[in-house]
Design a protein around this ligand. Structure first.
Ligand code: ZN
Length: 44
């Protein structure tokens, strides 16, 4: 997962699968360093 605040890729242990309003699946997680919410769109 990529943290926009740290501008670095982070290894996160927990991710939550969600579906965006446009129907695209995505993963949500939290940066272990700055606690910023991270969102990553994934292939369907
Ligand atoms: Zn971060």
């Amino acid at each position: 997962m990529y943290c926009v605040k740290c501008r670095a890729k982070k290894e996160v242990s927990e991710t939550t699968k969600k579906v965006a309003k446009n129907g695209k699946p995505m993963l949500q997680s939290k940066c272990p360093d700055c606690s910023t919410g991270m969102t990553k769109f994934v292939a369907a």
